[in-house]
Design a protein around this ligand. Sequence first.
Ligand code: FNR
Length: 345
Amino acid sequence: MGSESLAASRKEDHIRLAREQRSAPIARNDFDDVEFLHHALDGVDVAEVSLQAQVGPWTWSSPLYINGMTGGTGTAGRVNRALAVAARETGVPMASGSVGIALDDPSTAASFRVIREENPDGFVMANIGAGRRAEDARRAVDLLQADALQLHLNAVQETIMPEGDREFSSWMRGLEEVVAGAGVPVVVKEVGFGLSGRTQRRLAEAGVQVADVSGTGGTNFARIESARRTDDVSYLAGFGQSAPCCLLDAPADGPQLLASGGVRTPLDAVRAYALGARAAGVAGPFLTLALDGGEEGAVAGIGAWLTRIRELLALLGARSAADAAGTDVLVRGAVREFAQLRGID
Ligand code: FNR
């Protein structure tokens, strides 16, 4: 197989294996350790709740977004079309999957371009991997006429991929170059292993204003990449930190945070706001909506998430996602232990 078709078959594997992870009942994860203290008289009217979110230099029309997933194959193009239509109809921001494949093989570009074509006025983020240069970042942004660039840090995933990168020492320098030269603001994200407080601080020092912690507990790329190898490395499935832990680990001088990784329900999104996230990102669950229900399923499903988020904010007495940062939560179990070990109150 040539390197281009290898890249395409990897994208197909990711979609299939990520979908398979959703077939099992929703698993427990660290969001379950974040419990709201219920105050029966604190609620406000649903009509008083604004879903607008201030994220970096932008006002998003919702505190929920479709996180970076795919592109580069026929299936990927259909998923992107369904999600782009849903983004247009519901107003949620949307990120593409890594545009690297289209930079290397322009014949695959249409499967990405559809994200902008279906949603000309929406907030779109183009996604590329660490290790790419500023020139590639600009080409990715151009392809999607993107409002922002998502730069993913996926060292754990690369380590598990037989064909993955083995040279990480230049990533920080490359990141600084991309932040300076992308032409749009850069949102740095993980892909499901978390951004530690120390990483968040380094990102802020590099000029990154917004980072998506994308932690453990949802789509698990250790399992996905393990399934693509002949030898089993699924023992790495527990590697990394969850979004709740990463949010608690945030340094005072870090970037603004978005939360993703294991956001299974609207309640998890609201838990993330309570821990300080400006917005919550969802990948795997929305992939399932698109694969199972196409455009209609994605529009209805994401619309329902927004309705539920609005209702939960009203129940908590929060007039916006930012307002939820002041609500009473109890932190239990593994997340509490993490906070104690890290010396967080
Ligand atoms: C991803 N994710 C991802 N992230 C990224 O930055 N670039 C990418 O190309 C991809 N590709 C990709 C493919 C598929 C099929 C899935 C499901 C996910 C990772 C994604 O953005 C997110 O960080 C993780 O999936 C964790 O979120 P969920 O899935 O638990 O909501």
